[in-house]
Design a protein around this ligand. Sequence first.
Ligand code: ADP
Length: 451
Amino acid sequence: MFTKVLIANRGEIALRVIRACRELGVATVAVYSEADRESLHVRFADDDVCIGPAPARLSYLRIPALIAAAEITGADAIHPGYGFLAENAEFAETCAASAVTFIGPTADQIRKMGDKVSARTLAAEAGIPVVPGSKGAVEDPAEARRVAEGIGFPVLIKAAAGGGGKGMRVALDAESFSRAFQLARNEALAAFGNAEVYIEKYLARPRHVEIQIMGDQHGRVMHLGERDCSVQRRHQKLIEESPSPAVDQALRDRMGDDAVRLADRIGYVGAGTVEFLLDEDGSYYFMEMNTRIQVEHPVTEMVTNFDLVKEQIRVAAGEPLQFEIKGGRVRGHAIECRVNAEDPYRNFQPSPGTITTYHPPGGPGVRVDTHIYAGYTVPPYYDSLLAKVIVHGNTREEALARMHQALDSFIIEGVTTTIPFLRRVIEHPDFVAGQVDTKFLERNPDLFKAE
Ligand code: ADP
């Protein structure tokens, strides 16, 4: 096992990793930007190093500063969390070259899956259904249009290097295609430094269902069931749950087997997520694979009783996977709501500021993953996630009732939060019935209007 793990991240996920290390008896190093001096992860870690000014590119994204921090403090491993450098192959490589273990897959595995075109090809080769679309990246506008016509409109133009819901454009018909194609390429180049795009059939009402997988260095890959992340705004997840109300055991087995087969093909090590779109007719298609721990990992932890972050660390240290999940079965139901410092009634405009009052919810089956406290100032530089509220119940009904209770008693004052909005979403009859797809919020603009 490692002696000291450096956490190359901030916020709730940095705390989450520190907790896992504590349980494993491993010392921790926090890194922080000048804007995060007063952060809890800095206080809770055994050691801490300031790695630069507030903007992420000058701190959390600076590979040499992170490696130097590991060397100075004697850390023998780095956990990247999610976001920032978590899916950066160069970072994984630099760690390896500096004799620091990167807690995650190899650089080669990150590259294969990070490029969405190459991931699609790998999935198709493994016999996994992929969304109908172009064989690879397309460059020539005329050829792209022919491909789109072949697929049938509407189509989605996606950046090969895309992520976080960015770098996607819908073209409804042949007339609007050329413009959308050009815009998508320009956006991809600006956002990801890579203009490569590919084309996919745009599904009308899919659900987002993803499979959590875990692989060790002894050739074992397993899956831990699915998460349904269909409640999205602009392709970004807001609420996640497990199991999916739309997935039965037979479908879970099939999707799980496909996810494991894909990971197996590249000898995948660590935690990963294979994302699928589940169509109205029950067919599903591979979308992409994320090679890191996800924001929504706690819902899987609640229904499997398995600590994914601890397992990531153990597996990176060469230990075999410990978990057995009988027939892929899970217990009860878990739901997660992401609470952001945003104004849902003003187009989700970020609302940084100082938290004056803070009272988290509690009680049976309620978990809050957060880094905030009364007196904490939410900096404007980073993601606006304040907290994740995760509930577990024996049934979906019980979990829903617990989420109501939890959101109702969650008091955060000083900044505007999305709590009242989330409260309305979980009360919506379609959500209560488990009948949502990725366009659910779009169809219900009333949810975004102040009462
Ligand atoms: P990112 O890597 O940016 O998260 P994804 O490929 O995971 O991008 O897609 C994010 C979301 O975009 C999906 O959850 C889904 O809502 C939507 N989406 C992606 N591909 C399609 C598609 N072919 N048809 C309909 N919706 C899609």
